[in-house]
Write a protein of this length. Structure first.
Length: 406
C-alpha cells in the first residue's frame, strides 16, 4: 500500500470513530436547535410580513440646497460673463420683480469653455474661464431668492475639444473642419465625447443646479452634404447595418438616454434643446435629430421656435413678422406629436426676445413688449405654460407681462 493510500485509510478510520462518539456539545446544540424549530413552527402564524419599499430607495446626491419646482418654469438665458458680473444683479431683479422664476445659466458655453474654475487638478482646468468666481455662492443666492437654476451644457459644438482632439472631430485634408462661422464640432459617434460632457453635467449637478439642459445635441447643420467628404470615425456604430442617416439619429438619441441614466443619482431633470422644425417632420436627417425619440428620453423638451429662424412655414410667408401665428401653429403640431408618446416630457419652448435685422432690407421688425407677450399667449392658449426667453446679450424687454392669460 502506498503512502497516499495509507493516509486515506487512516483518515477514514478517524471519521468512523468520530461518528460513533459525537461531541456532547454538538449533540446538545442539535437538540436545542430542534426544540427552537418546533417552537418557531408553533409561533409562525403570529409573524407579520415586513413590507419593504419596492424598489428600495436609491442613493441620491445631496447638494445641501433646496429648490422648489415652480408652478411652471418661466425663465431667461444667462451667459457666464453675465452670471459672474454686474449684470447678474439686474437679471436677478428682473426675475424677482416679475412672474419669471428661472434662469438657464451657461456652464459649458458654445466655444467649449467652462464658465467657472473647477477643483485644482481637474482635467477641465485648461478649458475653464473664471467668469463665475464662486458658482456655489451664486446658487445659494438663487436659492434664497427662490429662482430655479438650470445648467446649460453645449455638447457637440466644441471648438476647443475639436482642436485638442481631431480624432474626436471631423477633418478635411488633414485639418479640423469648421463651418462658415468658424465653429468646429465634435463627433456624436464617439462615446468618449459623451463621457466628457456627462462629467461636466455631473459637476453642475453637484454644485446644486436642479436641471441639466443639453444644447447642440446634434451633428453640424447640413452634415448630410458633407458626409462623403469629411473624415471621421463611427466608433461602435461603424458595423451597424443601418444607413448613415439612421446611424446619426441613433447616436444622438443614444447619447440623450445615456446622459439621463448617468445623472440618475443626482435627482436632476434632464432637458434638451432642439430645432422646432424637427417636430414637424419624421426626423431631421442631416443633423440626426428625431423629435419623438429624443423627447421620449428627457424630462423636458425645449424646442427653439424663434419666429426669425423659420423660412416660409405653416402658410406664413414671413414668420418673424407674425410671432403669434407662428408660435400658435407650431404648438398645435408639437401637442399632436407629444400626445402620441408613452413617456411624454414637459414642453418648454424657447421664445424670441431679440430683433433679426438680417431678414430685412428695410426697417427691422422690432421685438418689444407686445411681440414677447403674444408668443407667450400663443403657447398658453395651446396648453403650454412653460417657456424660456432667449437674448444672446441678456438684454430683455422691460415691462413684459409674463403671464398674459392670468
Amino acid at each position: 500500500m502506498g503512502k497516499r493510500q495509507l493516509w486515506i485509510a487512516v483518515f477514514a478510520s478517524f471519521l468512523l470513530i468520530a461518528a460513533a462518539f459525537p461531541d456532547n456539545d454538538v449533540r446538545a446544540e442539535g437538540e436545542k436547535s430542534t426544540k427552537q424549530i418546533q417552537m418557531l413552527s408553533k409561533k409562525q402564524s403570529g409573524i407579520k410580513k415586513l413590507e419593504v419599499p419596492n424598489p428600495a430607495a436609491r442613493f441620491v446626491y445631496d447638494t445641501g440646497l433646496n429648490f422648489e419646482y415652480p408652478d411652471a418654469v418661466r425663465g431667461i438665458y444667462v451667459t457666464g460673463p453675465s452670471a459672474g458680473g454686474k449684470k447678474m444683479a439686474e437679471l436677478t431683479k428682473l426675475v424677482e420683480d416679475t412672474d419669471l422664476n428661472a434662469m438657464v445659466i451657461d456652464v459649458k458655453e458654445d466655444h467649449g469653455n467652462l464658465t467657472f474654475k473647477p477643483e485644482e487638478g481637474s482635467k477641465y482646468e485648461d478649458i475653464s474661464e473664471s467668469y463665475i468666481k464662486d458658482p456655489r455662492e451664486m446658487l445659494e443666492t438663487l436659492e434664497e431668492k427662490g429662482i430655479y437654476p438650470i445648467a446649460r451644457v453645449v455638447v457637440f459644438k466644441d471648438s476647443l475639444l475639436a482642436e485638442k482632439r481631431p480624432d474626436l472631430s471631423y477633418t478635411e485634408n488633414g485639418k479640423v473642419w469648421v463651418n462658415g462661422r468658424g465653429e468646429a464640432f465634435v463627433n456624436p459617434f464617439m462615446k468618449e465625447v459623451w463621457d466628457y460632457n456627462l462629467e461636466i453635467a455631473k459637476m453642475a449637478a453637484e454644485l446644486g443646479f436642479q436641471e441639466i439642459q443639453f444644447d447642440y445635441v446634434r451633428f453640424p447643420e447640413g452634415f448630410g452634404n458633407r458626409d462623403e467628404i469629411l473624415q471621421y470615425g463611427q466608433g461602435d456604430y461603424a458595423d451597424l447595418e443601418l444607413e448613415n442617416v439612421q446611424k446619426r439619429v441613433k447616436a444622438v438619441t443614444d447619447f440623450v438616454a445615456y446622459a439621463r441614466k448617468g445623472l440618475e443619482k443626482y435627482d436632476v431633470d434632464v432637458s434638451v434643446d432642439i430645432f422646432g422644425y424637427s417636430a414637424t417632420i419624421p426626423e431631421a436627417p442631416n443633423i440626426g435629430q428625431n423629435f419623438s425619440k429624443i423627447s421620449s428620453n428627457v424630462d423636458v423638451i425645449s424646442s427653439m421656435i424663434y419666429p426669425s429662424h423659420w423660412g416660409p412655414y405653416f402658410g406664413i410667408s414671413k414668420p418673424d413678422a407674425e410671432p403669434y401665428r407662428l408660435v400658435s401653429e407650431y404648438a398645435k403640431v408639437e401637442n399632436e406629436v407629444l400626445g402620441k408618446l408613452e413617456n411624454k416630457p414637459t414642453s418648454r419652448p424657447w421664445l424670441q426676445d431679440f430683433e433679426a435685422p438680417w431678414l430685412y432690407s428695410g426697417p427691422t421688425k422690432q421685438y418689444g413688449k407686445a411681440e414677447v407677450e403674444t408668443q407667450i399667449k400663443a403657447l398658453q392658449e395651446n396648453g403650454i405654460h412653460e417657456y424660456l426667453l432667449w437674448n444672446a446679450g441678456n438684454n430683455y424687454t422691460p415691462n413684459v407681462d409674463y403671464t398674459p392669460m392670468n
